[in-house]
Ligand binder design. Structure first.
Ligand code: NI
Length: 175
């Protein structure tokens, strides 16, 4: 069934679609390009630096990253990451978990192998912010959210916000 691209919206915690492992992409067609276009549009509106297809409720191994707003975003299809040993801890947010910030330990350096929207292979090395974005977005493809990486203190600090989102989700589901 074709995807109604213009109807796609960013879905929020605790939508279970955010917790599913996404499916590899095997068609590099116009629909894939339109989905990526919609993701770039939604990310721009929210001033995000990355967005993964599962955040639109799509089980597709696709994410976009735009660490630098002056440069065009990159789209990565079926990505794999090779992580460096050295790690650091930085604060992260997520467009699917608004207003929640979590300190997360990640590799400082990463290499990404993927395909672009036309199926051509890409291989890039990144360090710092961009490597962190790739790891965060890759987590989305694996069904992992920042809420699962919270410390006990962060869980307590964000309890009200998370409960509120859980209530909103239940309310919308019952409609
Ligand atoms: Ni996210």
């Amino acid at each position: 069934m074709p995807i109604q691209v213009e109807k796609l919206r960013i879905i929020l915690y605790p939508d279970p679609r955010l917790r599913q492992r996404a499916t590899p992409i095997d068609r590099f067609d116009d629909e894939l390009a339109r989905v990526a276009g919609r993701m770039i549009e939604l990310m721009g509106v929210e001033e995000g630096v990355g967005l993964a297809a599962p955040q639109l409720g799509l089980s597709m191994r696709l994410f976009i990253a735009q660490p630098d707003r002056q440069a065009p975003p990159n789209a990565f299809v079926n990505p794999t990451l090779t992580l460096g040993d050295e790690e650091d801890v930085r604060e992260e947010g997520c467009l699917s978990v608004p207003e929640v910030h979590v300190m997360i330990r990640r590799s400082i350096k990463a290499e990404i192998s993927a395909m672009d929207l036309s199926g051509q292979p890409i291989k890039l090395s990144g360090e710092g912010f961009v490597a962190r974005i790739w790891q965060h977005e890759f987590d989305h493809l694996e069904g992992r959210l920042i809420t699962q990486r919270m410390s006990e203190t962060e869980r307590i600090e964000n309890r009200k916000k998370l409960r509120e989102m859980e209530r909103e989700f239940e309310k919308a589901r019952r409609k």
